[in-house]
Design a protein around this ligand. Sequence first.
Ligand code: PMM
Length: 301
Amino acid sequence: MLHPAPLRADLAALDRTLVMGVVNVTPDSFSDGGRWYEPDAAVAHGLELLARGADLLDVGGESTRPGAARVDPDTERARVLPVIQELAGAGAVVSVDTTRAAVAHDAVAAGAAIVNDVSGGLADPAMYRLVAEAGVPYVAMHWRGHADVMDDLADYDDIVADVCRELAERVDAAVTAGVRPEQLVLDPGLGFAKPGRDNWPLLAHLDALVALGHPVLVGASRKRFLGHLLAGRDGGVDPVPPVERDLATAAVTALAAAAGAWCVRVHDVAGSVDAVRVAAAWTAARGEPGADDVRTGGHGG
Ligand code: PMM
C-alpha cells in the first residue's frame, strides 16, 4: 500500500486501505444533520469512531452541503480547534477538513497530522505554502467552486479524463509551491460539481486516478448519488435519506479498496472496516494458487 508521508508508523505499516471517520462540527451537514455540533459531542463521537476501528478522524467545521453558505474563519476555527486538540491528545491521527490556509495552520498547531482540502488548493492561494512548511500529508480533492455554486459547474467532456487532468494540474501547482510529491493524496471529489450518475465513471475507473502515482482517497459516504441509486428500493420514487445509505457506502468501500484506494472517508466506520477486510482478503487471494485448492476440494468451507 502506497501511503503518503509522513504518516504515523503504525498506520504506515498497514497493507490495506485505511478508514477515515467523519467528525463534522457543523450545524447543517447533509449527512449527519448537526448531531455532533457541540465540541463535547464531537469529541465523544470521534472516540466512538476510533473504538469502531477508524484509522483516522477527519474534523471539519464548514459544511460543503450543496448550496451551503460559507462560514467565517473565526467560526470555523472555534468549531474545529478544541475538537482536534482533544482527539489528537487522546491519540487519534486527525485530519482537518478546511479550504483555508490560516485554519489549517492553527489546526496543525493543535495536533492535526493531515490537511484535507476539498478545494485542492484553489480556494486559498496560501494553502500550498502552508502545507509545504507544515510538512504534513495533504489531500487535494477535485473541486470547481464553493458549495453555493458547484451544481452549476458540472460540465465535462469526459469526466474521468477531465478530473484526472485537473488533479494533475493541482499536483504540478502544489509541487511548484514546494509541497513534496510524497505528501500528496488525490481525491476525485464525489458529489462536488458532479450530479448523480456522473460519479459512477469516476469510481469504475478509479485505476485512472491511482495511475497518477499518488495515494487516492474516496469520499462516497451517504452522498446524493447513492440516495438516487437506491430510490425505488422500497417501491417509492424519492432518494433514500442519508442515514439509509450506509450499506451502499460499505459496498463502495469494498470496490474502491479492491481498486487500490488508499483511504475511504465514511460516517459509518464499522461497515467500511468490514468491507476493507473483505477487499484485502479478495486481493490477497488473487495472488494465491486458490484455483488449485478449489479443483482439489481444498476449500474447507
Ligand atoms: N466530502 C465531504 C467533505 N469533505 N473531503 C474529502 N477529501 N473528500 C470528500 O469526498 C469529502 C470531503 C462532504 O461530505 P460530509 O458533508 O458528509 O462531510
